[in-house]
Design a protein around this ligand. Structure first.
Ligand code: AR6
Length: 173
């Protein structure tokens, strides 16, 4: 059941027409490189303006937590910005928990906002250097567990950018 709601594609997450696109942001919420840079470039000023408002209100976003903004010029209605852990910044067990929290809290926020289709990038596996195999296992297990307990989300799309992640997800899903 949960598995049939999971889709895997290789490509650019900014091109996905979904209700919500998840961004692998940083705690400042002010943009950066990687997928964060791509989402802010494609989403435009409206996305950044919402991020600045959230930052002014609550001082950014902690690791493992998530916030929601408009999708701006993206084909997605919303962007859910979450912050994955930086690998090697503390204990591995803590980072693994934080990565699972990033997926879980993004999904919770999606449900609260009536999101039916959500696209995830491979959080923390770029600039933050989380090992890709471990990250893929955590992402898939966390999403499956969530879908098993909550039936309001209809589709979760894992958007892999690089070949290595795509191959890992293909094997695990
Ligand atoms: N579509 C889908 N996936 C992408 C795209 C894209 N357009 N571009 C890159 N990826 P990263 P992190 C993949 O580094 O490791 C930023 O500066 C990429 O191949 O974007 O969580 C933030 O501001 C990789 O698999 O995010 C933070 O400071 C995955 O997205 C920091 O990077 C995540 O790589 C966050 O680092």
């Amino acid at each position: 059941m949960a598995n049939s709601k999971i889709k895997l594609i290789q490509g650019d997450i900014t091109e996905q027409a979904v209700d919500a696109t998840v961004n692998a942001a940083n705690t400042s919420l002010l943009g950066g490189g990687g997928v964060d840079g791509a989402i802010h470039r494609a989403g435009g000023k409206a996305v950044l303006d919402d991020c600045i408002k959230i930052r002014d209100r609550q001082g950014g976003c902690k690791t493992g937590e998530a916030v929601i903004t408009t999708g701006g010029n993206l084909p997605a209605k919303y962007v859910i910005h979450t912050v994955g852990p930086v690998w090697n910044s503390g204990s591995a067990a803590k980072a693994e928990k934080q990565l699972a929290n990033a997926y879980r809290n993004s999904l919770r926020l999606a449900v609260e906002n009536n999101v039916k289709m959500i696209a995830f990038p491979n959080i923390s596996t770029g600039i933050y250097h989380f090992p890709k195999d471990k990250a893929a296992e955590i992402a898939i297990a966390t999403v499956k567990d969530f879908l098993a307990e909550n039936d309001s989300i209809e589709q979760v799309i894992f958007v892999c950018f690089d070949n290595e992640n795509y191959g890992l997800y293909e094997r695990l899903i």
